[in-house]
Ligand binder design. Structure first.
Ligand code: C2E
Ligand code: CA
Ligand code: CA
Ligand code: CA
Length: 273
């Protein structure tokens, strides 16, 4: 019993620490957004299965002056719960579209949080940034997660419809990790699915993963939807995915996220699409 009580005390203290940490991260993130000199955007190149660069996904980066680089896996959820994701997302979008304005024919993919998509002003902001940067709508791809579709809200549906009507592509991110993914493919028109890394990592190792990925690719293609595989780390995975007819490859095997200058240099050399 004493032991149980101790554990509760330890747990309690740990919780306090976590809450404290979260509080600190939130404050620091607020400051970083205000100063605008700690946040940056990396670009992870996207390739055809025969290794031609097609574009890149914009990924938020935060380098704290004292704590160094902080992973988006940590600070994006904090930004979301603290109401900072719209400011952060806007900064990423702005930088991504600036890049896109300079590189016609390259796809620039941007992650969009549910809170951004739910904001009625988001639609006009995207069109404003397209006009400002000269980026072509057809080169922009917005990555959303299926959770937002689950909510089935008017604003969201209308915004996605307007984007697609303008030629902006919609990709379903982390495909396969949520609920009843296949339902959404039927109900909502999307241009692409991005098969989550967790399915890709076992490719070529076990039969089940290969069968699942093959089924996803076949189904998507039957519906006129393109497929990106994320987290491709080995030649074996690349070969399997190419043979399956996967359209786009993303992962450390071909390129990690790189800074905008390096991405621009890569865009300048490779053949287009
Ligand atoms: P995501 O959208 O699934 O992005 C892909 C993540 O996988 C990136 O992590 C990328 O660096 C990593 N990755 C790429 N290739 C490989 C690989 O071959 N192996 C492994 N193990 N990992 C690979 P990152 O940059 O840490 O981002 C994590 C997540 O944070 C993203 O996952 C995305 O959900 C979120 N995120 C990042 N930037 C933004 C943003 O600007 N807005 C929003 N809303 N979310 C963002
Ligand atoms: Ca993504
Ligand atoms: Ca993803
Ligand atoms: Ca993922």
């Amino acid at each position: 019993k004493a032991n149980g009580r101790n554990r509760a005390v330890v747990f309690h203290e740990h919780m306090n620490e976590l809450l404290q940490l979260r509080h600190t991260v939130e404050g620091e993130l607020r400051e970083a957004l205000r100063r605008d000199d700690q946040l940056s955007v990396s670009f992870q190149p996207l390739f055809t299965p025969d290794r031609k660069v097609m574009g890149a996904e914009a990924l938020a980066r935060w380098t704290h002056p004292k704590y160094g680089p902080i992973s988006p896996a940590q600070f994006i959820p904090v930004a979301e719960s603290a109401g900072l994701i719209e400011a952060l997302g806007d900064a990423v979008l702005r930088r991504a579209l600036e890049m896109g304005g300079h590189w016609p024919e390259r796809t620039i993919a941007v992650n969009i949080s549910p809170a951004q998509l739910r904001n009625p002003k988001f639609q006009s902001r995207v069109f404003e940034l397209l006009a400002l940067t000269g980026m072509r709508p057809g080169d922009l791809e917005l990555e959303i997660t299926e959770g937002i579709l689950l909510e089935d809200e008017m604003v969201t549906t209308e915004t996605l419809r307007a984007f697609r009507a303008a030629g902006i592509k919609i990709a379903l991110d982390d495909f396969g990790t949520g609920y009843s993914s296949l339902n959404y493919l039927k109900r909502y028109a999307v241009d692409r699915i991005k098969i989550d890394r967790s399915f890709i990592s076992q490719l070529g190792e076990d039969q089940t993963s290969s069968a699942i990925v093959q089924a996803m690719v076949t189904l998507a293609h039957a519906m006129g939807i393109e497929v990106t595989a994320e987290g491709v780390e080995t030649e074996k995975q690349l070969t399997v995915l190419r043979d399956m007819g996967c359209n786009t490859i993303q992962g450390y095997l071909l390129a990690p996220p790189i800074d905008p200058d390096k991405a621009a240099a890569l865009f300048a050399q490779g053949a287009v699409r």
